[in-house]
Write a protein that binds this ligand. Sequence first.
Ligand code: NAD
Length: 256
Amino acid sequence: MASDLRTYCVTGAASGLGKAVGTQLESLGSRVIGVDQHSVAATADLSSPLGRSNAVASVLDECDGVLAGLVPCAGLGPQHASAQIIAVNYFGAVAMLDGLSSALTAGSAVVLICSNSTTLTPGADGELAKACLNGDEAAALEIATDTHPAVAYAASKVALAKKMRTRVAELGAVGIRINAVAPGPFKSPLLQEGLDDPLTKDLISSLPIPLGRFGEPEEIAQVIIWLLSDHARYVHGSTLFVDGGIDALLAPTRFP
Ligand code: NAD
């Protein structure tokens, strides 16, 4: 792929997938403004409205108001409290999207990070996802307190995938593309937390994966880099499963 000198914002850039995306963008000659709680240029806590607005302000300042792309990758897995998961995974990502929209111009692209847990988790597409999509954080956090973290995690990702679809008209009209990837399990500290948890380790270890292994963060990152690039210039409004075939294996007759 050709080198470019454009500036991208990647949240969750200190670890796992965000780090892999940042590394690959930098290897193409791009500049990356990383946002995370530690080890990056823009440190911020995306679980709180204040942390999110500080993050947006730092990024706008660092990029001089112009971004070639945004990958809000910061996330918490089901080993965390449900309300915290919703606050970071959904409201943290959407705040970055909304707050940085003014810096995105024609030709730029956004990739949201969902999960194949969206289709694997019963109850994911319920009241909690609806409250998220309504933008009612107080209501969503209240519902989350009575929701199992695995369901809250999947709900945060269902809501993000749907949010992405609600933005295609407005963003497409000004030449900005938005898509999502829905990874299956890939090696990272987040997955390791699940493998270390006696309640979830057997479930995760026994997931049927047609390709026979967990993914590597670099393999998910390559798809994101492609979605950000001009090679994907007619891809807009899609959620791309990158899960070694799990979703198709478990729901072979569902379309899409
Ligand atoms: P990771 O734990 O390696 O990285 C997540 C990053 O998010 C960390 O650097 C962490 O510090 C940051 N973060 C967490 N809370 C934050 C907060 N309040 N403010 C700012 N930053 C915060 O995890 P990962 O596996 O690389 O996950 C990246 C994304 O991929 C997440 O959105 C996750 O839900 C998604 N995902 C992961 C898997 C998997 O199997 N690893 C599967 C599907 C989807």
